[in-house]
Design a protein around this ligand. Structure first.
Ligand SMILES: Cc1cc2nc3c(=O)[nH]c(=O)nc-3n(C[C@H](O)[C@H](O)[C@H](O)COP(=O)(O)O)c2cc1C
Length: 347
């Protein structure tokens, strides 16, 4: 009986390896689990921990300068000899230099996030010999990015933490996975368990990207208060930012409700009233609203200001039950997928 169980688990592991083979080959790692780039969090310690545990870490460049990125890449390379990627925001004013720095350091995978990647940036990445990963929020864009040269695509549902689109992963996956086989697709948003990852692999995904579960890991440099907030929060506490008036749009960001999110509503109301009374222009009002959260993620992650800072988190925060080492999180995800497969082979 025991040996039958062992055989069953062995077969299930082999099946999982086959299911995400395209993803592991593309990333060059043991498990097709990407650590989604998270500004302030995805630095050398977390990124190298994910890659060392068999996943694929990604540095979040955010607003870093080319010199700072160079330092982060070198720091990560000192902590791991496994592959990892960098995530660059397309509207960064020094995007070309950031790409050059990444290529010079022999980073093999570059993620271009935050909008449609510009042609010269795509060419620079490809000509430099790196693999290009983009985010696609709809099938038409996914097809377009693949045609333009994207080597892999991430589809991120609105369950995710941070900046989000309007559509859930459940729907995006059904819209995109059956219709796009040209490039590997990684699913993201709301993933906290291996069984869920498995279900998307069976629909045609090549791997998964998780952020929230890694944010509160042992290796994450986030402030203890930030991690504790994650452990205590339920899925329902991770909500998108609310737009008070469509004339003054708010970019939706999913995070944990706190004093800051309440103050943001009051700030919007005040700003709208000033705009409606003619005291300020619409452009000035829009800028005031956008500036409200400036520096707020850093305040929460680094300084531990979880009252008024921006505590970006996905709905999967409900599945963060304690602060775990990255390797344990990855192993747990893999074991859950394997057990789910093994259980089927028994019945
Ligand atoms: C705190 C936090 C910060 C994030 N920052 C970024 C970022 O700078 N760039 C980016 O492309 N995605 C960012 N994300 C999204 C993640 O890379 C990832 O796609 C997402 O967390 C996946 O969904 P999950 O949170 O449900 O695991 C962030 C997510 C979180 C939770």
């Amino acid at each position: 009986m025991a040996s039958m169980q062992t055989e069953c688990l062995h077969a299930a592991r082999a099946r999982l390896d086959r299911l995400w083979a395209r993803g592991t080959e593309f990333l060059g790692c043991r498990y097709a689990i990407m650590g989604g780039a998270m500004s302030w969090l995805s630095e050398k310690h977390l990124v190298s921990a994910i890659s060392n545990a068999g996943g694929f870490g990604v540095i979040a460049c955010g607003a870093m300068s080319p010199a700072q990125l160079e330092e982060q890449i070198a720091g990560t390379q000192a902590l791991t000899d496994k592959p990892f990627g960098v995530n660059l925001i397309t509207m960064h004013p020094e995007l070309n230099d950031l790409i050059r720095v990444s290529l010079d350091a022999k980073v093999g995978h570059i993620v271009l996030a935050g909008g449609i990647p510009p042609g010269p940036a795509i060419r620079a990445v490809k000509d430099g010999g790196a693999k290009l990963i983009t985010f696609a929020p709809a099938l038409a864009l996914a097809k377009r990015f693949a045609r333009l040269g994207s080597d892999a695509i991430v589809i991120e549902g609105s369950e995710a933490g941070g900046h989000i689109g309007p559509v859930s992963l459940t729907v995006l996956a059904q819209e995109i996975l059956p219709h796009l086989r040209d490039v590997p697709i990684f699913v993201a948003g709301g993933l906290g368990r291996g069984e869920a990852i498995l279900s998307y692999l069976e629909m045609g995904a090549s791997g998964a990207q998780l952020g929230t579960r890694f944010a509160a890991s042992v290796e994450s440099i986030a402030h203890e208060k930030f991690k504790k907030f994650f452990v205590q929060a339920a899925a329902r506490d991770a909500v998108p930012s609310v737009e008070l008036d469509p004339r003054l749009p708010v970019i939706p960001v999913r995070g944990l409700v706190n004093e800051g999110t309440k103050k943001f509503l009051a700030h919007q109301a005040e700003t709208r009233d000033k705009f409606l009374s003619g005291a300020i222009t619409k452009e000035a009002a829009q800028l005031l609203i956008e500036r409200f959260w400036a520096g707020a993620l850093r305040r929460a992650v680094i300084e531990g200001d979880i009252e008024t800072g921006s505590v970006m988190a996905g709905q999967s925060v409900g599945m963060v039950t304690h602060i775990q080492p990255v390797a344990e999180i990855i192993q747990e995800l893999v074991d859950q997928a394997v057990k789910a497969l093994a259980a089927r082979e028994v019945v």
